[in-house]
Every structure is written in structure tokens, then in C-alpha cells.
Ligand binder design. Structure first.
Ligand SMILES: [Zn+2]
Length: 150
């Protein structure tokens, strides 16, 4: 028998007090998760491509990258430019690296069935917020409370 998703959600809430089950049912439906998984994987490929231009994959961490040290020449001017370029790489790596780590943990949550659920309050993050930032792991309220930003 076909049970609409919304109806199933109410049934589970009323009759099943198992937290894990509630969490899974409160998360997004299969189609929505499939959509976000695709977005996350596409973004992951994009970032890895960007990062590979100026950084090498770090085999020791999951999705980590190490910035290449550039070689422009041996004069002191060259050296100064190398350091400036390297610092620039490091900050790019930092931004992309953080996003990549968020994507990895989101993909992990999809596998675990916790995607779309706030890691702090266990409530739904909400499709609207995920549309804007698919790698979100907390709801707007908790993000404000813990980090002072959205
Ligand atoms: Zn929350």
C-alpha cells in the first residue's frame, strides 16, 4: 500500500519513540536526497579540479590538499613573489579545503541517513537552506546560536 511521505512521518512520530527512526523519517525524501547528492558530488569534482591547479592532494587526510610552493627564480625579487604567491595559494586552499571537507561530511551523512538533519538540535535543516548551501550540517537557528553567522 502506498503511504504518502507526510502521512508516514506523522505515524512514526506518534507510534515510534525510537530517535534514530524519527531522525531518518524527518530527513528529506529519497528524491530530494538524490538531488542534493548530485549537487554535492558535482561541486566536489569542481573544487578538486580548482585545487589541483595549485595544490597537490594530501594522501594523509580525507580530501585534504597541500599547496605547491612556486618557483619563479633565484633573485630576491623572485623569492618575494614566490612567498606572496604561496600565501595566496594557502588561503585559496583554506577556503576550498574547508568547503571540500564540508562536502565530504555531507556525503557521509547521506550514507548514514542523517543528511538534512541539524547536528545540534536534530531538527530538519530545511530544503530552502540546503538549496542555498547543500553542505549545511546545522539549521539556521543553531548556526546563529553557535557561530554567530548564517
Ligand atoms: Zn539546529
Amino acid at each position: 500500500m502506498y503511504v504518502p511521505f507526510k502521512f508516514a512521518k506523522i505515524e512514526i512520530k506518534v507510534y515510534n519513540t525510537n530517535i534514530k527512526t524519527i531522525k531518518n523519517y524527518m530527513a528529506l525524501n529519497k528524491e530530494q536526497i538524490k538531488k542534493f547528492k548530485k549537487i554535492l558530488e558535482d561541486r566536489k569534482t569542481e573544487i578538486e579540479k580548482e585545487l589541483s591547479k595549485f595544490a597537490k592532494k594530501d594522501k594523509h587526510t580525507d580530501g585534504g590538499f597541500v599547496a605547491n610552493f612556486p618557483d619563479f627564480g633565484d633573485t630576491s625579487e623572485d623569492n618575494a613573489r614566490e612567498v606572496a604567491a604561496y600565501i595566496n595559494c594557502l588561503s585559496m586552499e583554506g577556503t576550498f579545503g574547508k568547503e571540500l571537507r564540508d562536502i565530504f561530511s555531507s556525503l557521509k551523512r547521506i550514507n548514514e541517513g542523517n543528511y538534512g538533519v541539524c547536528k545540534y538540535c536534530n531538527k530538519e535543516i530545511g530544503e530552502k537552506r540546503l538549496e542555498i548551501r547543500p553542505a549545511s550540517s546545522s539549521c539556521v537557528a543553531c548556526k546563529k546560536k553557535f557561530k554567530g553567522e548564517v
